[in-house]
Write a protein that binds this ligand. Structure first.
Ligand code: G6P
Length: 475
């Protein structure tokens, strides 16, 4: 008898295909999810299905990529330009993303986006069906790009275990209600057995939406759908603690961190790292930094804001606008406050490898996270994991999922420029002993609830739920 198989599905594969000097290369992702699920999908007949972030030029390239990926247990779903536009840029990032990050005015309710979202979700479902799944297999679907997939998979297999994890927030039901296709989205998710979010609030918002919009009664964290009990639970995602911790202690990274500090003449080093996104509060952060220089003139010449923004979704109009606004504000602050010896903000629009990120975490005195809304925010956990042997202060938005989990950061409401400014001033002056105490409190959590723990717990729970369902059927 064949052993059960685990199938992971997400919009993006944990690798991307790049064309370099006429050759196609498989570039692995260094993201936490790829690491956490690495030991799962690479094993035996397990697989990961997703988009390789690449449009093949012809049928030969398609075959070449498919074969290359097969060696890594990866199955590509190829998307056409039209599909990328409607499903990814359109419905995922111009409807779901703004609504789920509490920006309803940014949503573009275009029927053609929805049509393409439906059709690409079906394309992902077809790809699963081609894998000849068995009743005993388990499927883990990731994130908002694939909300219809649980129902589509359930339609062709009523017994299979289906888990869904949403990496971004779930909005209050009255915000969600605004989406014209809200019923279909909720029903899509209800094909799963376990639906999980980072925080308790997200689970409550989802449960409220099921009751208030679909009229399904809920009992604690459970609801009945299609004759099954569906469980809605909290699974705060962790990071690869060991990787960040070990990198930070390594002599190469320590030397690189020293070089960075010397380059900035040992000034107080404030670090921020995020993807280009309006949900990250980058404008608010820049305003708060300007407020610091204005309100506490003694900090001028003494601090530097090192701001790394990773390019993202720059074909979506709101992201383009944000990019321009950041350029304008950085230019303004540097021009008004800087001088021959000192540039207040070092701004980079680029992506760095994990070694360079690690050196930045080690080098920094303050990590500043000002998300207006964030599912979890893993940057703040990476900063903490890099600080076992040197100090630092984490300033964390209370709108990020991580704020519900970590003990020790200076919490701020990112809409209050004044509060961020005061927190920056406090962090600059914080005694070393207090920094250590706060870091240690967070370290314990980040270390224990790491990415491997998260993956183990999710599968364990999915298995438990399947056996509860079987007992219910037998009654
Ligand atoms: C967030 C989402 C992921 C997404 C990532 C990068 O973390 O939760 O699903 O993959 O952003 O965004 P992108 O649009 O480049 O995939």
């Amino acid at each position: 008898m064949q052993r059960k198989r685990t199938i992971i599905i997400s919009n993006r594969l944990p690798v991307r295909i790049e064309r370099k000097e006429g050759q196609l290369h498989v570039i692995p992702s260094e993201g936490g999810l790829a690491t956490g699920l690495g030991s799962i999908y690479k094993e035996g007949r397990n697989i990961w299905i997703g988009w390789p972030g690449f449009i093949p030029a012809n049928e030969e390239e398609k075959i070449e990529v498919t074969e290359k990926l097969r060696e890594h247990n990866l199955i590509p779903v190829f998307l056409t330009e039209c599909e990328i536009e409607g499903y990814y840029e359109g419905f995922s990032n111009e409807v779901l993303w703004p609504i789920f990050h509490y920006h309803p005015s940014y949503a573009v309710y275009d029927q053609s986006y929805w049509n393409m979202y439906e059709s690409v979700n079906k394309k992902f479902a077809d790809s699963i069906m081609q894998q000849e799944v068995m009743d005993t297999d388990e499927i883990w679907i990731h994130d908002y790009q694939l909300m219809l997939l649980p129902k589509l998979v359930r339609a062709f297999n009523s017994k299979i275990a289906i888990g869904y994890f949403q990496h971004i927030p779930f909005p209050p039901d009255e915000l969600f209600r605004g989406i014209p296709w809200r019923d279909e989205l909720l029903k899509g998710l209800l094909g799963a057995d376990l639906i999980a979010f980072h925080t308790y609030n997200d689970t409550q918002h989802f449960l409220n939406a099921c009751t208030h919009i679909l009229g399904i009664p809920i009992q604690n964290n459970c609801l009945r759908s299609g004759g099954r009990s569906v469980y809605v639970e909290v699974f705060p995602m962790g990071i690869d603690y060991d990787k960040f911790n070990e990198l930070a202690q390594s002599p190469e990274i320590q030397t690189r961190a020293q070089d960075i500090r010397s380059f900035y003449q040992n000034r107080k080093f404030i670090l921020s790292i995020d993807r280009l996104d309006y949900s990250k509060g980058i404008i608010e952060r820049l305003k708060a930094f300007e407020c610091l220089l204005k309100t506490y003139p003694e900090t001028r010449n003494e601090v530097v804001l090192y701001m790394l923004v990773v390019p993202s979704r720059d074909t979506v109009p709101k992201y383009k606008e944000l990019h321009d606004e950041i350029n304008r504000m950085v230019g303004h602050i540097n021009a008004v406050y800087g001088n021959n010896e000192w540039t207040p903000i070092s701004y980079f629009y680029n992506s760095y490898d994990i070694a360079e990120l690690s050196a930045l975490y080690v080098a920094s005195d303050i990590c500043l996270v000002t998300s207006l809304r964030d599912g979890m925010n893993l940057v703040c956990k990476e900063f903490i994991a890099s600080k076992e042997s040197n100090n630092g202060v984490l300033i964390l938005s209370e709108m990020a999922g991580a704020s519900k989990e970590l003990i020790g950061p200076l919490l701020v409401n990112p809409n209050s420029i004044q509060q961020i400014c005061t927190a920056l001033h406090m962090a600059i002056q914080m005694p070393e002993q207090e920094q250590r105490k706060r870091l240690d409190d967070s370290l314990e959590i980040v270390k224990k609830f790491n990415i491997r723990h998260w993956v183990r717990l999710f599968f364990k729970r999915l298995k438990e739920i399947k056996s509860i369902q079987q007992q219910e059927l037998a009654r």
